[in-house]
Design a protein. Structure first.
Length: 195
C-alpha cells in the first residue's frame, strides 16, 4: 500500500502539532525557553502555543509548511528570510544557552533560514524532509538557505550534506542545570542558492 502525504502551508489549527515538532527539533530547548518566560509562572506548552498562534514572529504558523497524512500532521518545516535581529524560538531571553544560536543566526543574515525541520518518529525515513526542503528551494528565491544542527546529530548532518549544505560556522553548545543536549557544538550549515 502506497502512503500519500500532502505538503501544504500550515494553518492556525496546526499549532499544537507545530509546537510539539518545534520542541523535538530543538532538542527540548524551546520548551525550556518558554518555561523561562514570565518567571516560569506559565505552562511552557501554552506559551509555545500562544506564540505559534500569532500572525507574526519566528515560530508563527504563517512561516510553517506541514506534511500531512489524511488529517494528521506528520512533519513540519518552519522557515523565513533571516533579516535583522536573529529571532529565537519565541524565547527572547538573555541567557548563555541561547547566545550561541543567536550568534550563528547573525552570521546567516540574508539567508532563507530553516528554523525547524522535524517529523514525528513514526513518519521518519519516508522522504518528508526532502519534500519539505524542495519547497524551501522553490520559495527561497535567490537566497542561500541556512539551518543550525547539533554536531551530535550525524544522520541529519549527512542528510543535509547530501542536499548541498556545507558547514559555515560553529559555536559551543551551552547547557543549563535544567537543560542539556548531546553534542559539543551547534553548526551553521548553508546551501548556496541555485540561482
Amino acid at each position: 500500500m502506497v502512503t500519500s502525504f500532502t505538503i501544504r502551508n500550515a494553518a492556525r489549527e496546526d499549532v499544537p502539532d507545530m509546537v510539539r515538532l518545534i520542541n523535538i527539533a530543538g532538542h527540548r530547548l524551546p520548551l525550556w525557553c518558554w518555561g523561562q518566560l514570565e518567571g516560569g509562572r506559565e505552562d511552557p506548552w501554552q506559551v509555545g502555543r500562544t506564540l505559534a498562534a500569532q500572525d507574526e514572529g519566528a515560530i508563527s504558523w504563517t512561516n510553517g509548511t506541514v506534511a500531512t497524512l489524511g488529517s494528521d500532521v506528520a512533519a513540519l518545516m518552519l522557515a523565513y528570510p533571516l533579516e535583522g535581529e536573529a529571532p529565537g524560538y519565541g524565547c527572547e531571553i538573555d541567557h548563555p544557552v541561547v547566545t550561541p544560536l543567536r550568534d550563528l543566526k547573525r552570521q546567516a543574515e540574508g539567508t532563507f533560514h530553516i528554523h525547524v525541520l522535524a517529523a514525528y518518529a513514526e513518519y521518519r525515513g519516508r522522504g518528508l524532509g526532502s519534500f519539505l526542503l524542495d519547497k524551501a528551494d522553490r520559495i527561497s528565491g535567490d537566497s542561500d538557505i541556512s539551518l543550525i544542527v547539533s554536531d551530535a546529530n550525524a544522520p541529519a548532518r549527512r542528510f543535509y550534506e547530501r542536499l548541498g549544505f556545507k558547514e559555515r560556522a560553529r559555536q559551543s553548545l551551552v547547557t543549563a542545570p535544567d537543560w542539556h543536549a548531546d553534542g559539543d557544538d551547534w553548526l551553521l550549515m548553508i546551501k548556496p542558492s541555485a540561482q
